[in-house]
Design a protein around this ligand. Structure first.
Ligand SMILES: [Zn+2]
Ligand SMILES: [Zn+2]
Length: 186
């Protein structure tokens, strides 16, 4: 997706990266992600500081997700701001942090791809919603409440009665109860 970026080590050296790149694969979480092949807008500033290269700026892209409440697919976007230090190999930061704790400058280059992948993963919601007020699915029949008739609901047999009904061998299916009642009335 991104070639690594070279930047001189003189503190104060600065470069901007303003470009649109194509996602080389799906980037994100199980239920929501930037699709492979979609465009990612980068507007970044790379600045040499004493400890390494400081990357700041914004990353934005369209996302495709599945609503965690109603399970409908929906599209949206992610727009995040990035502040990340890539430590120089011989810097104090490099020496005092674990391997996986911080990004590193390698051979005077930084690789932005893992940073963007991590940042997008953190920015996306674990339980995405198609809209904030998504009503989800009916817990009884699973119909999507957004398309169900208004006032959609079910007469649920009280569980205590259901137990009693089972004891007397009465089916708990309401339609069959109806038949039994009619039979008794005759
Ligand atoms: Zn929904
Ligand atoms: Zn229902």
């Amino acid at each position: 997706m991104l070639d690594t970026v070279k930047l001189g080590r003189r503190p104060g050296s600065m470069r901007t990266v303003e470009r649109v790149v194509t996602a080389p694969r799906r980037i994100g979480l199980d239920m929501i992600a930037i699709e492979e092949g979609s465009e990612i807008d980068l507007d970044l500033r790379l600045e040499a500081v004493s400890e390494g290269v400081l990357v700041t700026g914004s990353v934005s892209a369209d996302t495709v997700g599945e609503c965690s409440r109603c399970l409908e697919p929906f599209s949206g976007s992610v727009d995040l701001s990035l502040t990340e230090l890539f430590a120089y190999p011989d810097s104090a930061t490099e020496e005092t942090t674990d391997e996986d704790e911080i990004y590193r400058v390698e051979d005077d280059e930084i690789d932005l791809e893992p940073v963007i992948i991590d940042a997008v993963g953190l920015a996306l919601p674990l339980q995405p919603l198609c809209s904030d007020d998504c009503q989800g699915l009916c817990p009884e029949c699973g119909v999507r409440l957004a398309i169900a008739e208004s006032g959609h609901g079910h007469d649920i047999l009280d569980p205590r009665w259901a137990g009693l009904a089972a004891k007397f061998g009465v089916e708990s299916d309401p339609s069959k109860n109806l038949v039994n009642n009619e039979a008794e009335e005759k």
